[in-house]
Design a binder for this molecule. Structure first.
Ligand code: PGD
Length: 766
């Protein structure tokens, strides 16, 4: 028997044996399925599963309150009735004594696909009905972009959802200049799932037609296959873009008509570019000194860009650094100077190679998502300010032109995310997590976040439940069939919240009288109405029962899409949603905020963590902490594909052979990666595809402190977020900056500590 299912990394069929996944078969319609599908084998009954409700002993015995025992205490197994009683009572206490704003329910994280059981939708809907919660805005993926791009081009999500299609690029682009490359490993993944992976094929088709791809990245494998590779010093892409813009401006290659008709503020930017405002002309020579790339190469590239149909792309990773607002802003500005925005195969793209979605044709229908309602509480934080929120109650801070105050948080509620994966400076996060009265975590696994909770709620994995899967850029609506029985005493998050809601007096409102299966039918029928009303639909969706047996329905897609083509065709009728209706190369609003770390036009700001600054004297290696290729984030780190990449159980750190030799490190050695914030062990992999001075350690190894009592303890497993700085991109967006950090590396000759990351904590019965 095979069961059809969906993961964030693709559609597949599952074979099971003894209640667990024994084999995985990719969907036949997928052109390039992801190898990480195999991580699902053995994942349902893995020893790291949370088998039943558990409460931290200190919390159970002493009641709610700040505690430094979190992450270093044993748990007590409780029944579901006890859990419901304790948790409902604690929520009520916090609401009565401190108000709903004392609950932090941001609960950031990817959880698993499926539109109904989506953990964030469930927790947010529940907390809204409870009276609201302090929320988080934007994402770790796109913290800077989410704030800067609406101010520059009036949107951020349309840049991906309505990106120029891969088919158009393969057909029309002459030159694709990719800042950050187009890393295929990231296109394995799509938030909500995907039925096809077209990126590899599209790039191959572009090259077969005679198009050229230029990859600007310190990592050779950020682009597969034939490409011109420019390896700059990390963090200098904006300087490179400015130098390219300088050549266009000074050699008469900028499209003045486009800049006049479709943009505002070019002249102010040009004053900066040419050095009229700060005395520094942003010449190729100037950028060469910063980036290490030859000035002639940059000048020649600029001229080639102006000579044909050119697409400039910027990966999301380039905005996950200090001053991350600048790279996408400078990229749009450069594309505007070429005058090809809105033309097939030309202009700007953001996120090709960051996730599967950009470049895939969108569907024109609303998705069958769970309506969450309004949040009666107005307090918010930018998502990556979690430690500041907990450590600085009452303190004011800047965000996107506003002055906000951190509320005093008493209860933290997390379902479907892993802050010990996603947040920076984990030592600081651990100190922050000592402050609240109560931390609640729903997760199928004993992640490090679950181990730091007071109340741990065992969730099912998506494989144990039925759901609907679809995303805004995939033609299929998919029936996700349950493949395995529920593990031990795990429950769907929906059932947990239903029980809590009943205990708190709003159960009927929360469930609307529906079982989970009835919710799926309800969401499907609503969605079916939209499709049936569309005369141009490609397929008529059948009634639910037939759909469920058939497995999927194909939707119409908007093919041949070019980003901003309507705006180009008629900027008066189709203005951008910016104050001017045009592309804001200069933003009077941002200028008016008076921030010194994000001014009115794109500019070069020297970061703290880069090889050209004073900090590199102490920590001379630039670590790129990017997305892993063997799993999604921290999910299924214990799976076979992820484990096969580890070196003596540690996450691999890639180093240039010269850097390794200078430290007496051989391939396969365990090394200590450190700076003044923390340290971790990792396994050395020598690779001359990295530029010297650059090392790479992916995120996602489960945090595993040598001494769980010590917040500053070394992670023995290789989580780079013990090293990264907990500092926002700028006063404007305060986005995550985890992608870059300076470190030193030495061979580790001590006794190798065991990996305990996947072991459950001590759990006693009463
Ligand atoms: P995941 O590992 O996906 O990481 O951070 P995120 O928190 O999303 O965590 C999801 C959790 O949900 C897992 O623990 C999983 O078990 C759980 N889960 C799955 N299904 C369910 C369910 O049905 N119910 C419940 N309750 N739980 C479920 C990702 C974040 O990390 C992102 S998006 C980015 S882009 C960032 N990138 C970087 C980076 O580039 N560099 C650094 N240094 N750090 C980063 N962190 C960010």
């Amino acid at each position: 028997m095979r069961y059809q299912h969906m993961a964030h990394w693709g559609m597949f069929e599952v074979e099971t044996h003894d209640g667990d996944v024994s084999a995985v078969h990719p969907f036949r319609g997928d052109a390039d399925p992801s190898p990480i599908l195999d991580n699902a084998v053995g994942s349902v009954r893995h020893r790291s599963r949370v088998a039943g409700p558990a409460v931290r002993r200190g919390w159970l015995e002493h009641g709610p309150g700040p505690s430094d025992r979190r992450g270093n205490d044993e748990f007590v197994a409780v029944s579901w009735d006890e859990l419901t009683e304790l948790l409902a009572g604690e929520l009520q206490r916090v609401v009565d004594m401190h108000g709903n704003r004392a609950i932090f329910g941001g609960s950031y994280g990817w959880s698993s696909p499926g539109r109904f059981h989506h953990a964030q939708s469930q927790v947010h809907r529940f907390l809204k009905m409870l009276g609201g919660y302090t929320r988080s805005v934007h994402s770790y993926s796109l913290g800077a972009t989410g704030v800067i791009m609406p101010r520059v081009v009036g949107t951020h999500w349309k840049l991906f959802a309505r990106a120029t299609n891969w088919d158009v690029i393969a057909r029309d682009t002459d030159l694709m200049v990719c800042f950050g490359g187009v890393p295929l490993k990231n296109t394995a993944v799509n938030d909500g799932g995907t039925s096809n992976h077209p990126t590899r094929g599209a790039l191959d088709a572009l090259r077969a037609r005679g198009g050229t791809v230029v990859s600007v990245s310190p990592l050779h494998d950020d682009l597969h296959g034939a490409a011109e590779r420019l390896a700059p010093r990390p963090g200098t892409d904006v300087a490179i873009m400015l130098a390219l813009a300088y050549v266009l401006a000074t050699e008469g290659l900028a499209d003045r008509d486009f800049l006049d008709r479709y943009c505002v503020g070019y002249d102010k930017f040009e004053d900066y570019l040419l050095g009229r405002t700060d005395g520094i002309a942003k010449t190729p020579q100037w950028a060469a000194a910063l980036s290490g790339l030859p000035a002639e190469t940059l000048a020649a590239l600029a001229r080639r860009m102006a000579a044909g149909r050119t697409l400039i792309t910027v990966t999301w990773s380039l905005q996950r650094v200090r001053h991350g607002e600048q790279a996408p802003w400078a990229g749009v500005t450069l594309a505007a100077m070429l005058g090809q925005i809105g033309l097939p195969g030309g202009g700007f793209g953001h996120g090709y190679g960051s996730m599967n979605e950009p470049g895939i044709a969108p569907v024109p229908y609303p998705l069958p998502t769970l309506f969450q309602g309004d949040n009666p509480v107005g307090d918010l934080i930018p998502v990556a300010a979690i430690s500041d929120l907990l450590l600085r109650p009452g303190q004011e801070y800047d965000f996107d032109g506003r002055r906000l105050t951190y509320p005093d948080i008493r209860l933290v509620y997390w379902a479907g995310g892993n802050p010990f994966h996603h947040h920076q400076d984990l030592g600081r996060l651990r100190r922050a997590l000592t402050r609240p009265d109560t931390i609640v975590v729903h997760d199928p696994y004993w992640t490090p976040t679950a181990k730091h909770a007071d109340i741990v709620v065992p969730s099912t994995t998506s494989l144990e439940r039925e759901d609907l899967s679809c995303t805004r850029n995939d033609p299929l609506l998919v029936a996700m069939h349950a493949a395995a029985p529920r593990f031990a005493d795990a429950r769907d998050d929906y059932d947990t919240f239903s029980a809590l809601a009943h205990r708190l007096g709003f159960g009927d409102r929360f469930t609307e009288g529906r079982t989970a299966r009835q919710w799926l039918e309800h969401l499907y029928e609503q969605w079916r109405g939209f499709v049936l009303a569309d005369d141009a639909r490609v397929e008529s969706p059948p009634e639910f029962d037939e759909f469920w047996v058939r497995g999927h329905v194909r939707m119409r897609t908007e093919d041949e899409l070019t980003l901003f083509e309507e705006f180009r065709a008629d900027p008066q009728r189709n203005p951008l949603r910016t104050p001017s209706g045009r592309i804001e190369i200069f933003s009077a609003d941002i200028d008016g905020f008076g921030y010194d770390d994000c001014t009115g036009h794109p500019a070069w700001f020297e970061p703290e963590e880069w090889l050209g600054g004073p900090r590199a004297q102490r920590y001379p290696l630039h670590l790129i902490a990017n997305q892993p290729k063997t799993r999604l984030h921290s999910q299924l780190d214990h799976g076979g594909v992820s484990q096969a990449s580890k070196i003596r159980g540690r996450e691999p750190v890639r180093m240039h052979p010269d850097d390794a030799a200078a430290r007496g490190v051989a391939d396969g050695d365990v090394v200590r990666v450190f700076n003044d914030r923390g340290a971790c062990l990792a396994g050395a992999v020598l690779d001359d595809g990295l530029m010297p001075g650059v090392v790479q350690l992916a995120t996602g190894a489960w945090y595993d402190p040598l001494d769980p009592a010590d917040p500053g303890s070394m992670c023995v497993h290789g989580n780079p977020n013990v090293l990264t700085a907990d500092v926002g991109t700028s006063s404007l967006a305060r986005g995550c900056t985890g992608q870059h950090v300076l470190v030193q590396i030495e061979r580790f000759d001590g006794d190798l500590p065991p990996i305990r990351a996947y072991d459950p904590p001590v759990i006693r019965t009463r």
